[in-house]
Design a binder for this molecule. Structure first.
Ligand SMILES: [Zn+2]
Length: 243
């Protein structure tokens, strides 16, 4: 199994690793350890490069399976057993970390105001969308919600990662903010992301260490998805939002 360095050290951008297997037909390699996030929970996989001597091989896709984390490469595969340096496209990843933490903060603010669970979500660097069951929504709520969200982010809340045994996590339904638990049955340990005092949920993604790193955000749009469901689009202050 691949050691997932991003899970405990979210700020790790570079790691040395060994190619433990390859699939030439599919153009991918399995590493013994990695800083590349393989995607999941609405956060897309990382991009970046594997460096082997003078060669820089672009990583175009990353995904995990039962054996570990696979890296799809452009321009050939290094042989099994070779040592590589894995380098994440940090600018893109850091935008995703800020966006992901902003989305959890929005979950916390919506939960406090409306007690509404999340029903889905997705993000790109700088922009994200979350779907809520939000029957009591009024268009006038948009600005106060944005102000509350920014006040919470400016409060410099620490964002902490913890690992709980599955039995402990199962005893705490508040950890699963999504309407349906997405935790795989075989998961023995549950990673928990805690924006201290605001939002705490089971999550495998990468986050910033403090809400101040998110900066200001905009609620770009609130769309009705019918029958009391709303889609809230948010954007980091500097991100341009496609309309
Ligand atoms: Zn998340």
């Amino acid at each position: 199994m691949t050691e997932r360095l991003y899970s405990t050290d979210q700020y790790a951008r570079v790691a040395t690793a060994t190619v433990v297997d390859l699939d030439p037909d599919d153009g991918r390699v399995l590493l013994d350890r990695t800083v590349f996030y393989p995607g999941g929970g609405g956060q897309p996989h990382d991009l970046g490069e594997l460096v082997l001597g003078d060669d820089r091989l672009a990583v175009s896709r990353v995904a995990a399976d039962g054996r570990g984390v696979w890296h799809w490469l452009e321009g050939g595969l290094p042989p099994r057993g070779s040592d590589v340096r894995a380098e994440v496209d940090w600018d893109r990843r850091y935008h995703l970390m800020r966006t992901h933490t902003a989305m959890h903060a929005l979950c916390g603010v919506v939960w406090d105001r409306f007690h509404s669970p999340v029903t889905g979500g997705n993000m790109e660097p700088g922009i994200g969308r979350l779907d809520f069951e939000l029957p009591d929504w009024d268009p006038d709520d948009k600005l106060p919600l944005e102000e509350e969200l920014n006040a919470q982010l400016a409060a410099a809340r620490p964002v902490q990662i913890a690992f709980l045994p599955r039995e402990v996590a199962d005893e705490d339904p508040s950890l699963i903010r999504t309407k349906v638990s997405l935790l795989p049955r075989e998961l023995r340990e549950v990673r928990v992301v805690d924006i201290v005092g605001l939002d705490r949920q089971a999550d495998g993604g990468t986050h910033v260490a403090s809400t101040t790193e998110v900066g200001r955000v905009r609620i770009a749009k609130v769309e009705s998805k019918g029958r009391g469901f709303r889609r809230i689009r948010l954007a980091l202050e500097e991100a341009s939002v496609p309309t």
